[in-house]
Design a protein around this ligand. Sequence first.
Ligand SMILES: Cc1cc2nc3c(=O)[nH]c(=O)nc-3n(C[C@H](O)[C@H](O)[C@H](O)COP(=O)(O)OP(=O)(O)OC[C@H]3O[C@@H](n4cnc5c(N)ncnc54)[C@H](O)[C@@H]3O)c2cc1C
Length: 475
Amino acid sequence: MAAERDVDVLVVGSGAAGLSAALGPREARPSASVLVAESEGIVGGSSRLSGGLTMGAGTRYQRALGIDDDADSLFHDYMQLNQWKVESAVVRRLCERAGPTVEWLGDLGVEFYDQLVFAGDEHVPRVHCPVGRGQAVVDVLARQCRSEGVEFALGRRVDRLLVEDGAVVGVGVGDDTITAGAVVLATGGFGNDPDKLARFFPSAAATGWAWYIGADGSRGDHLDLAAQVGAQVTGFDRGLRLLHADFAKIYEAYLPGWLVLVNREGRRFCDETAPYGIMDGLIEEQGAVAYAVFDQVALDDATAAGVARHKQKVPGSTKKQSPHWNTDIVEAMVTAGKVHRTDTIADLAASFGLPPAHLQASVARVNASVDAGEDLDYLKDPKFLQPIAAGPFYGAEIRPATVCFTACGLRIDPAAQVLDESGHPLRGLYAAGESAGGVVGPRYVGSGNSYANCVTFGRIAGASAAAAALVEQPA
Ligand SMILES: Cc1cc2nc3c(=O)[nH]c(=O)nc-3n(C[C@H](O)[C@H](O)[C@H](O)COP(=O)(O)OP(=O)(O)OC[C@H]3O[C@@H](n4cnc5c(N)ncnc54)[C@H](O)[C@@H]3O)c2cc1C
């Protein structure tokens, strides 16, 4: 006879990963008891702030649009983009299950736009865009949880795991303990803890301008809990950083396409509209700094257009002026010393310590591309080509400093079971979402990689935890 316990499965964290996990035990056995402990007073974590874009291959939504795709193709793209520096078996599971998980979300009531977008560098669009963004996904999942009798304990920050005979058998919150047949950690990332950012995502912290766009609860508690039980931590220095100009802490996923970026040598190094997952690595290789260069006409044109000229248009997003790259903000940033304005390109280069001749040559080459009607060097879509010809000229330093999410966490196997430092499964402990490491690699596979990871492995963790917790329990 199994020991008495307070609940069958205890889920720590109520983001997309935790809510998806919480539905697993009731799918396995409708009488299973599930409790979600959430540190904040509100359900949803970063998942509710998110765009909720979710990657998945071979879905009915793709088929309806005539898009031919499957898990093999996604796996190939994912592995290649990451140069195989990921946990292959875990990624394989993600690629196989992400598509069905998107459909599962649809079955539960999440509505998707009938337009898919590209995530990063893949051949076909496979990013599913929910109407109402991440909040709508969280609402659907939380409603489903409640309708199935899952209980929530808000304002309860789990501070320890209970271990008995080498198995995790519950959690502690202050003076209280709750025993469980299995525990799923889904506590999100650590972007809100500067010390953990410096320790586990040092390339973000090293920008000196790092700021985090996610939820308050992302304090990296999973890393403390992992240390208590000897869980293996993987995914060091991984996550997603977006390019940032240190104007204001307003998140803009892409720089406007009309900006030209140069490196410390004053040379262009990329198509400035590359997917943000790619751009993060590209700028790192330039020493994690670049300079956006433009002229008065480009700035005036962008402001007059009234909409940010980004490459990617996500369905449902309202067209708005860029919060950073318009005349009012740039003028204010000139005053603040964050944008340099000069009469000549040589002076602009000198003001940033760039070789003037290099910047002059780079600008001349951009102007030649404009004349030719094609980007002669980096093949940027010609609609974004803008001359840099009429002074005054402007420049702003750019760093990959906007931390979107973090990806260093507990190492899991394809069943989402946490592994110890020797690589053995830790009985009773599962992890999913940002708190699990090894799924997201050094290159973020464009929009939708993280949400797909959270929901897919949330479901897997919930099912695995249920199987472990219910095995000895009479129905
Ligand atoms: C603005 C924004 C836009 C984004 N857009 C996209 C997108 O479109 N597509 C995409 O793929 N990714 C996107 N991301 C990233 C993605 O949304 C997140 O990585 C994902 O939602 C994280 O889900 P999660 O369940 O792992 O964590 P969370 O959603 O953060 O949930 C974790 C929960 O655990 C709670 N918690 C933490 N510690 C404890 C504790 N000790 N005890 C109890 N509870 C605890 C937290 O309060 C939180 O509620 C975006 C992120 C942001 C911030």
